[in-house]
Design a protein around this ligand. Sequence first.
Ligand code: ADP
Length: 249
Amino acid sequence: MHALEITDLTKVYDDGTEALADLSLVVPDGGFHGLLGPNGSGKSTLIGIVTGLVRGPAGHVRVFGHDAVADPRRARTLVGLAPQEVHLDRFLTAREVLSYHGRYFGMQKADAEARADELLAAFDLEGKAGTRPHRLSGGMRRRLLIARALVHRPRLAILDEPTAGVDLELRQDLWKYLSRLRDEQRTSILLTTHYLEEAEALCDRISMIQGGRIVAEGTVPELIDRFGGPRLEDAYLRVMRGAAAGVGS
Ligand code: ADP
């Protein structure tokens, strides 16, 4: 069974904007999938639909076989979202940020606290359990946000630009944690990023999206082979220019 299976997904907002048009995408169980595209291409809309925040699309979305359009609440429990913006309650400690999130997802207090401790350790934040988020470094805050997405043991993690605005050194440090998500937490991952080298380093497959449509899909070597390299960035620019010119893939 696939972690995420999206079939012919179309979303038209009330003002008539068609944000997604017949989009199909599969993230296999255990996959690390990149979703790359310029601003306004439909990434947030897609994530919003999978997490039940954007309603009323046409088409099918299945999260481990559960229909996320018909029953968004059930699908939501299978998904962990690390959102783009860092909103962390300044009155909670790092440990409480995690355990409260678990409670929100219906975990028993003891289980949520044990899971919080496990994740603090996994993300090298044990020493910061009692620290409030605004007293953490930028990199630690990002780690806490990713850890929070995992508290309720989702089988699919959606990471929305988890390293945006972080300097290169710190970003590479975060990559180590993102790889561990799959290897140690056994989570399937959908990642959006504007850093092409990040997608190249982490993802086993990549979908490029523009104008609400998938304009290219494949492994990094396949995309480079098909659209030109030497880096994924070169292939990406080719695809986007081609798509903008209406050439398609
Ligand atoms: P991305 O995340 O790739 O930047 P979005 O999903 O945010 O793309 O946006 C896709 C398209 O849908 C854009 O044209 C955007 O302006 C439009 N859009 C996004 N949210 C809304 C909304 N609530 N109402 C109307 N249009 C929207």
